[in-house]
Design a protein around this ligand. Structure first.
Ligand code: MLT
Length: 269
C-alpha cells in the first residue's frame, strides 16, 4: 500500500500496488461526505489483483480546492487528469459509490473512451427534485452554521443497515471520523455539485461497456429500486444486491462487495 498526496487543487491519490502488474486498474470514487478512506477495504482486500486508485475529490479528504463553485463535471475531469498523471491512458474500470456513482456516470458521458467497465454502487441516474435541491441548500447552511459534525450526525443513522449499527459500532465510529475530518468548504461544494448535477438517465442507454450494479439490500438512503432502474436502463447490466448492507455496502460487507467485484472483473475481456 502506498499513498501520495499533492499540494492543492488536484485530487490526493491513494494507491495499492500489486506484486505483478495487475490485469485491471480500478478507479474508486468516493461518496458524500466521505473521502478515499472509505475504499481502504477494497484497496487492501484487492491488492495483488487490481491496481486501485482512489482519489479524494476536490475539497474532500486531503485534496485542496481551487475555490469557487464545484460541479460534477469538475470532479469527473479531475479524475481523468489524475489518470493522465499516472500514465493510465488505456481505459480503466470506474467504480463509484453514491455521489461517486454520479461522478462515474458523468465521466462516462464525457470520456467513454477512458472507461473499460462501470461499477455503480448505491447510486442512481436521476437529478435532484426541487425538494431535493432545497434540502441541499438547507444542509449547506447547516454545514456553514454548525460545522461538518452536524452533517455527520444527521447522516450517520441513514448510512448503515440497522444491523450494522447494532453489530458494528466501531465501523460507525470510523465513518463518523472520516466525515468529520472533511472541511465545510468541501461539504458545501459537494452539496452544490449534487444539487446542480444533470439528469444522467439519457446516458444510460449509451453505455456500451460491461456494467455491474451493486446495492445494499437494506439501503435506507438510496432504495434498492434505484439499482433496479439502473439495471433496466443500461444494456446488459448485472445487478447484485448485497445482503446485510445499507448505503455503505463496501464497508458493511467488504468481503461480499470484493467478491462481487472480482467475479465481475473475471468476466471482462
Ligand atoms: C452519498 O452518499 O454520496 C450522497 O448521500 C448521495 C446523495 O446525497 O445524493
Amino acid at each position: 500500500m502506498d499513498t501520495a498526496s499533492d499540494n492543492g487543487s488536484e485530487p490526493r491519490i491513494f494507491l495499492s500496488y500489486a506484486d505483478n502488474f495487475p490485469e485491471h486498474v480500478v478507479l474508486f470514487i468516493h461518496g458524500y461526505p466521505l473521502s478515499s478512506q472509505m475504499w481502504v477495504p477494497q484497496l487492501e482486500g484487492l491488492a495483488g489483483t487490481v491496481w486501485g486508485v482512489a482519489p479524494d475529490l476536490r475539497g474532500c479528504g486531503e485534496s485542496g480546492t481551487p475555490g469557487g463553485a464545484v460541479t460534477m463535471t469538475d470532479y469527473a475531469e479531475d479524475c481523468v487528469a489524475l489518470l493522465d498523471e499516472l500514465g493510465l491512458e488505456d481505459p480503466v474500470v470506474v467504480c463509484g459509490l453514491s455521489m461517486g456513482g454520479y461522478v462515474a456516470l458523468e465521466l462516462y458521458r464525457l470520456h467513454p473512451d477512458r472507461v473499460s467497465a462501470l461499477v455503480l454502487a448505491a447510486t442512481k441516474a436521476g437529478a435532484d427534485t426541487d425538494e431535493g435541491k432545497a434540502g441541499r441548500d438547507k444542509n449547506a447552511q447547516i454545514a456553514r452554521d454548525e460545522g461538518v459534525e452536524a452533517i455527520a450526525s444527521a447522516m450517520i443513522p441513514k448510512m448503515f443497515a440497522p444491523q450494522t449499527v447494532a453489530d458494528d459500532p466501531e465501523l460507525v465510529a470510523e465513518v463518523r471520523e472520516i466525515m468529520t475530518s472533511g472541511s465545510v468548504e468541501g461539504v458545501v461544494g459537494a452539496l452544490e455539485a449534487m444539487r446542480d448535477r444533470i439528469d444522467s438517465t439519457p446516458t444510460l442507454a449509451t453505455i456500451g461497456v460491461p456494467t455491474l450494479i451493486l446495492h445494499g439490500a437494506d439501503d435506507q438512503l438510496m432504495p434498492p429500486a434505484e439499482g433496479e432502474k439502473l439495471k433496466a436502463g443500461i444494456p446488459g447490466a448485472e445487478l447484485v444486491l448485497i445482503e446485510g448492507a445499507g448505503h455503505l455496502l463496501n464497508l458493511e460487507q467488504p468481503d461480499l462487495f470484493n467478491d462481487a467485484l472480482l467475479d465481475f472483473l473475471s468476466t471482462l475481456p
